[in-house]
Design a protein around this ligand. Sequence first.
Ligand code: C2O
Ligand code: CU
Length: 488
Amino acid sequence: MSRWVKIAALTVALAGAAFAAVLFALWSSAAESNVGELEFANELAIPPLAEPELDSEGRMAFALELQRGTSELLPGTTTETWGANGPQLAPTLRASRGDLVAPEVTNGLGSETTTLHWHGMRLPAEADGGPHQAIAPGETWTPQWEVDQPAATLWYHPHPHGETEEHVYRGLVGMFILDDPESRRLALPDDYGIDDIPVIIQDRKLDDDGSLDFSKGPISPTGLLGDEIFVNGTHDPHVEVTRERVRLRLLNASGARFYDIGLADGRSFELVGTDGGLLSSPVTMERILLSPAERAEIVVDLDPGEEVVLRSFEPDLATNVFEGRFAGADDSFDLLELRAAAELDPAPPVPARLASVGEPDASAASQTRSFTLSGQGAIDGRSMDIDRIDQVVPPGATEIWEVENGSGTPHSFHPHDVRFRILEIAGGPPPPHLDGLKDTVFIPPGESARLLIEFGDQTSEHPYMYHCHLLQHEDRGMMGQFRVSPIG
Ligand code: C2O
Ligand code: CU
């Protein structure tokens, strides 16, 4: 070998080793955990319940002023955050089946155009708040609809085309609780803020001065992952519990992070509801995995005087070891400490029967459509085009949508306006905790989900969206549009 060939070979080997070392350093530093580091020093903030004005036609007018503000997210620092009617987060809206809801959403964000989407809500497409319902700075948007779906924990968040991850990260997120006559009769904890507690989970990265860090590492397959956890905007939180049982309404309002939630001491809890409503009967569990946008209502039993920590354990994302590390699969976080009072008021046991959800009837489906989530920003190889309608669904149709994750990256699937039943996930029937009404489902890499969907019957020229709810993927175009309209 000539001297130059030897030098070239050595250079290539060194470069390869250096590259491997950089990858290994990135990989090693990518795991995050705060387990054991928190003091649970701060009292959990409870988003206020919005008080609607009733207009002459009986509509509930919820006034929401989107605004910028500053929050002390970490002690002694100031962070610029966004919220509605306050500097961060948004009030909890609450309505019942049959109510007429008419939010008045004013964009006070200065120069930013945004939208406000009612995630999980059945409503006319023009009220949906997707990317077509942009609210210009200074403008007020007044959608309205009649609540026509079962009791559930829904939520609302901005949905501007290509910028959803950023707007949600800034904190513009609220819960929307629906009740119905059956849910009101159940002996479930339902005193808002007392034994029925919103748990809105967001992760963030903050610079030393408190400013929000939007940077992503060189390897960020799922999006921005933060190393600080906020529950209802509170860092290092605890909540005082005064009754023997407490219902936690868990909402993963993070852009990319998955949480596998349980109690740190390993005790079980009762899962009573998922995205679209209450289950038919409670499911006893020790952990529940929530991908971004998923909700779970859980009931936890407490003994007088005890303290127990709600924790997110390392989530199984079913990726390879390398990608998993950069998607948060090796991360764990303490979320919230539950502090039981020395004496607890009694609470009835969780009812054995909850809602009449019934068995899904796949024979009711009039057609099957197939979708493949491909790469990190496309469905069936196409990126979202706001001027293209991808699917037209007949009003009131029941259909099967088969969604395959054709990539090595975790994805989820969320169609607007509907709740669905999972017929099959990853090659089998849904486990009990996925056998209720859902609007968002995690589809592991290489796996598929078969969803039975009942569409609404209100036709419109406006479309609804369907997309991956990992917001980086959504923003990059892993989204399509469907219209509900008579075919032909
Ligand atoms: Cu949370 Cu397109 O929605
Ligand atoms: Cu995705």
